[in-house]
Design a binder for this molecule. Structure first.
Ligand code: FS2
Ligand code: SF4
Length: 541
């Protein structure tokens, strides 16, 4: 196996014997094969569009979920990948009949198989290292990982009946382009930036889906303690799953708690009507082994990040959507999107209430509409000097010790600075009680990682308020933590919006070849992190 798609890749180079995340070599090669056949299918759909034909929403969605299942910590069930490869080939073979000229199609579009042995054999030949040129490989993977992140966001929007033919068509064209040996480094760099542009469109679509369905997030205090009734813990990013779970648990005597990236659900007006939606339990994804143990009740994982569960609570772990763990019950949607969560509810009734691990409240809900409502106050605080600088510290959390940098950085920031956050990165500093500036909390949480879009809108709004021509003239610094591929699409989107000098840590992606890294450094001022002391000095200069 060879995988270097996430920040925790072994030795900052690549996982070659077993994934640090728990991905086995067999799973890795089948994920590689699913990406390969999905690119092949995308080449076929792209050719069909060029012939003037339409591609159905079902096929677009199938491609989206294929990519999503290969994201770090989403799906550990190898059987799912065999099935998805077979189904992808079936869909593609049907479409191939409609192509008038097959001569220009890549090998991945024409390859076919009917037995598991054939899949096994092929899977070891189509991985990352099958692209020999280091720079081409780096750019192909950068684009592919950005598209995986975008696929995750599209899937959530699709669940709420929001979709975009332009985004789907671009994603498939870009996937097909990563198979094209005629593309030069410069052309692939241009495609990388275009991926960032469509990334903005994708995040905007999901923002419309979430806020159009559940209202605009508003300032909210979220309880982090527990009650004395049995509970269900829901994690991941899918708000439609949460809505269905809340509906189905009404009046059952069961409470519902969020974990990790589901915390921002509390900020949406639509979920406030549920008395049994009690609070947030625990921290970021990587602490789930201890926290799922002490929660005592069933846990529903709607997306990544899943940590392969310990035997002690594995029977209590359920998955849905793109998430999967062999041996755990997976709950499928029916053709109308309905999910029957009764096995989870029945189990919860037999469980002890959660063990309390903390008490108190945290505050959040500072997505674009809420911050725009406070814009006068914020602009005034900047003009008067009460706020000297904003620090965008969005992104991901992870298990590496080096990430304590972000806690120390937040603690060391001067009291006239404000942190803008989104994603699970927030857990490094959202319980530090950093105080407020004239009533504006010093940590403003916009929401999930996709709500980094809100942070970009807030920056653009400030640019307008201060009548600046360049976003980089604002008193905003970007010190972003990344882990998996959704952070890659967020990064590419920020680059597309013209944000310069982003610091990215705790380490730069292993998939950036020295030449590609050089392009990012020279054109965008991308940099890694140093010591807390040096970085604060640098940022405040
Ligand atoms: Fe955290 Fe994991 Fe949000 Fe990532 S829970 S690293 O999926 O997408 O952020
Ligand atoms: Fe390694 Fe990350 Fe790939 Fe898992 S996803 S195998 S940890 S690089």
């Amino acid at each position: 196996m060879f995988c270097y798609q996430c920040q925790e890749t072994a030795g900052c180079k690549g996982c070659t014997t077993f994934g640090v995340c728990g991905k086995s070599p067999d799973l890795a090669r089948m994920q590689d094969l699913l990406v390969y056949v999905t690119k092949g299918l995308s080449a076929v759909t792209t050719a069909l569009r060029a012939q003037g034909e339409t591609v159905s929403a079902d096929i677009n969605h199938y491609i989206t979920i294929n990519l999503f299942t290969t994201i770090t910590n989403a799906n550990f069930d190898n059987e799912v990948f065999y099935q998805r490869v077979f189904e992808t080939l079936r869909i593609k073979n049907k479409l191939l009949d409609k192509i008038s000229d097959k001569n220009n199609l890549p090998e991945a579009a024409l390859w076919n198989a009917s037995t598991r042995e054939e899949l096994d054999e092929k899977s070891v030949t189509v991985g990352v290292l099958s692209t020999k040129d280091e720079d081409i490989r780096s750019l192909r993977e950068l684009i592919t990982y950005g598209l995986k992140g975008l696929a995750a966001y599209m899937k959530h929007a699709n669940e709420l009946n929001y979709d975009s033919e332009e985004i789907n068509a671009f994603m498939q064209k870009a996937l097909a382009s990563t198979l094209d040996d005629n593309l030069t480094v410069d052309e692939l760099i241009a495609l990388t930036l275009e991926t960032g542009k469509v990334g903005v469109d994708g995040m905007a679509l999901l923002d419309s889906a979430n806020t159009g369905t559940y209202g605009n997030p508003e300032i909210t205090k979220v309880n982090i303690g527990v009650r004395n009734r049995p509970g269900i813990l829901i994690s991941g990013h899918d708000l439609r799953d949460l809505e269905q779970l809340l509906e189905q648990t009404k009046d059952t005597g069961i409470d519902v708690y969020t974990h990790s990236e589901m915390l921002p659900a509390h900020y949406y007006p639509a979920f406030k009507k549920y008395d049994h939606f009690v609070g947030n339990y625990g921290n970021a994804w990587w602490k789930q082994k201890e926290e799922f143990e002490s929660f005592n009740g069933p846990i529903l994982m709607t997306t990544n990040c899943v940590v392969p569960p310990a035997p002690s609570y594995k029977h209590r772990l359920f998955t849905t959507g793109a998430a999967g763990v062999p041996g755990c019950v997976h709950i499928e949607r029916d053709e109308n999107g309905y999910k029957d969560f009764s096995p989870i509810i029945e189990m919860a009734k037999t469980c002890q209430p959660p063990k309390e691990i903390e008490k108190g409240e945290i505050i959040g809900g500072f997505a674009h509409a809420q911050v725009f409502a406070l814009a006068d106050k914020v602009v005034e605080a900047v003009k008067s000097g009460a706020i000297r600088k904003f620090f965008v510290m969005a992104g991901c959390d992870g298990r590496q010790k080096a990430r304590n940098y972000y806690t120390e950085f937040a603690k060391a920031l001067p009291k006239d600075t404000v942190i803008l956050t989104a994603g699970c990165a927030k857990y490094k500093y959202n319980k530090l009680n950093l105080g407020d500036i004239n009533g504006i909390p010093r940590v403003l949480d916009a929401g999930q990682c996709n709500d980094s879009y809100s942070l970009a809108l807030i920056a653009l709004k400030l640019k307008e308020a201060f009548e600046l021509t360049d976003i980089n003239e604002l008193p905003i610094a970007f010190n972003i933590a990344w882990y998996e591929q959704k952070a890659v699409i967020v990064l590419l989107s920020l680059l597309y919006l013209g944000v310069k000098n982003i610091h990215l840590g705790p380490t730069l992606p292993a998939f950036l070849s020295p030449n590609v890294a050089k392009v990012l450094v020279e054109n965008f001022g991308i940099a890694g992190i140093g010591t807390v002391e040096d970085d604060i000095k640098l940022f405040l200069e």
